[in-house]
Design a protein around this ligand. Structure first.
Ligand code: SAM
Length: 438
């Protein structure tokens, strides 16, 4: 059978999600875990359209950039996919990938900024781990879902999470195993703010008081600097309840050297140092002036809007999630900043019609991009648009619409928000040049 076959391949390229690519005659092969320049043996897994999916069996000739992955669970855990590539080469791969997407769309960038990078390990301040009780084995599993499967990989530590004593997963797994309601916990979410670390336990049914006390005792023993918080969450749309400590501090992270409040359910950028550098770069590129009218679209909890509102008086922040909008508005009011937070769905571009015409627009959409907004920006001929994106393909698609209408890409730069993975964040500054005015 063809799926049992092995063959030798020379890898000459990489897919946008970091798999090695080889060509043999007219056939194309994707090889997860292989790098350009390598000679490898693979097993064929099956064919999708014209591409063979394969599994790496052995590496006959390794690439100069190959390194030993730091994590023992790498390639079983579905989290990271570039740990086998030396860090500078990861950044280089991401830079080339974004440039390739841009050139596919015929985009011209006047100036590329140097990539923004920070410490490539221990950076991830948000993560979700699965918990499962196996009746057969009469024990709990705690870890990440394996790539493309429902199986949990048990982990003791994760090198992309911060090295807090409270993130000792072996202790939590053992602790959960002793609970009466050990089959009621399905997930632990990590929210690492700058002033505290919150663990949110998703529960199917309420835990007994005795079980809650056991978890609190464990939290106390792991909370070296008293900054650990333990929350129980009974369901996606239900509020979480803090069981440790009794009076939890409000979570904040620092942006623009100021604390920004964050709620447990908020979207927030996963990499603190890269986020801070990204916001500083956005401010340096946009140069907000006191009288500027600025729209911050897909504003989240104000990562960009609050720093902008400190510098200018007419900032409108638009976001679809009501709880982030109200928290942002409250925060701005408490600091006497004139920021207008608006709850609206930006897939309907008409929602911007009543806002004062902007001098500058910052947009930071989710992965799908902001296709619905491009006509609005084209019609408005905004003098500066700063586009922040976590998906190079939808970014290039949206930029090509703007470029066709007369926008010029002044600057672009990548930000390595997600080291050890293929994901890349990009910032682009566009200016509007009216061809009729020359
Ligand atoms: C990539 S995040 C950026 C958030 C923020 N700019 C930041 O840096 O933290 C995208 C944000 O867009 C919001 N969003 C997603 N779809 C939206 C829509 N259709 N209309 C408005 N906001 C949306 C999400 O809730 C999320 O807060």
């Amino acid at each position: 059978m063809v799926t049992a076959k092995t063959l030798q391949l020379n890898i000459d390229n990489m897919t946008s999600d970091g798999q090695g690519v080889a060509r043999l005659g007219r056939d194309v092969y994707f090889v997860p875990g292989a790098l350009p320049g390598e000679q490898v043996t693979v097993r064929l897994d099956g064919r999708r359209k014209k591409v063979w999916m394969t599994r790496l069996v052995s590496i006959e000739q390794p690439a100069a950039d190959r390194v030993i992955p730091d994590c023992p669970h790498y390639q079983r855990c579905g989290g990271c996919d570039l740990q086998h590539l030396a860090y500078p080469a990861q950044v280089n791969f991401k830079q080339q990938r974004v440039e390739r997407e841009f050139s596919r769309q015929g985009l011209v960038v006047l100036e590329w900024a140097p990539p923004i990078t920070a410490e490539p390990w221990g950076y991830r301040r948000k993560a979700r781990l699965g918990v499962r009780f196996s009746k057969d084995k009469q024990r709990n599993f705690l870890g990440f879902r394996e790539a493309a499967s429902e199986h949990l990989t048990n982990i003791d530590r994760c090198p992309v999470l911060p090295a807090f004593p409270a993130l000792d997963w072996m202790r939590w797994r053992d602790g959960i195993s002793t609970l009466q309601g050990r089959d009621r916990i399905t997930q632990i979410e990590v929210v690492a703010a700058d002033n505290a670390l919150a663990l949110v336990f998703r529960i199917l049914k309420p835990l007994s008081l005795a079980d809650q006390q056991s978890l609190c005792s464990l939290a106390e023993s792991l909370s070296a600097d008293a900054s650990l918080q333990l929350w129980l969450n009974p369901g996606r749309d239900e509020p979480s309840v803090c069981i440790f400590p009794q009076q939890p501090v409000e979570l904040v992270h620092f942006v623009d050297e100021q604390p920004l409040k964050m709620q447990l359910s908020d979207f927030f950028q996963v990499n603190g140092p890269v986020n801070r550098a990204m916001v500083q770069q956005a401010l340096a590129w946009l140069q907000p002036q006191k009288e500027d009218v600025i729209w911050d679209l897909f504003a989240g909890h104000g990562n960009f809007s609050m720093p902008l509102a400190r510098r200018c008086q007419h900032v409108s922040a638009v976001e679809v999630q009501a709880d982030m909008v109200s928290s942002l508005q409250r925060q701005a009011e408490s600091l006497a900043l004139s920021l207008h937070a608006i709850e609206a769905d930006l897939s309907n571009s008409g929602v911007l019609a009543h806002l004062p015409a902007p001098d500058k627009v910052l947009l930071d959409p989710p992965r799908a991009g902001a296709a619905a907004l491009m006509q609005e920006l084209n019609a408005r001929k905004v003098s500066q648009v700063l586009y922040v994106s976590c998906d190079a393909a939808t970014l290039a698609r949206d930029l090509s619409t703007l470029a066709a209408a007369g926008y010029q890409i002044e600057k672009a730069g990548i930000m390595d928000m997600f080291p050890q993975t293929h994901h890349v964040e990009t910032m682009v500054l566009l200016s509007y040049r009216d061809k009729c005015r020359g």
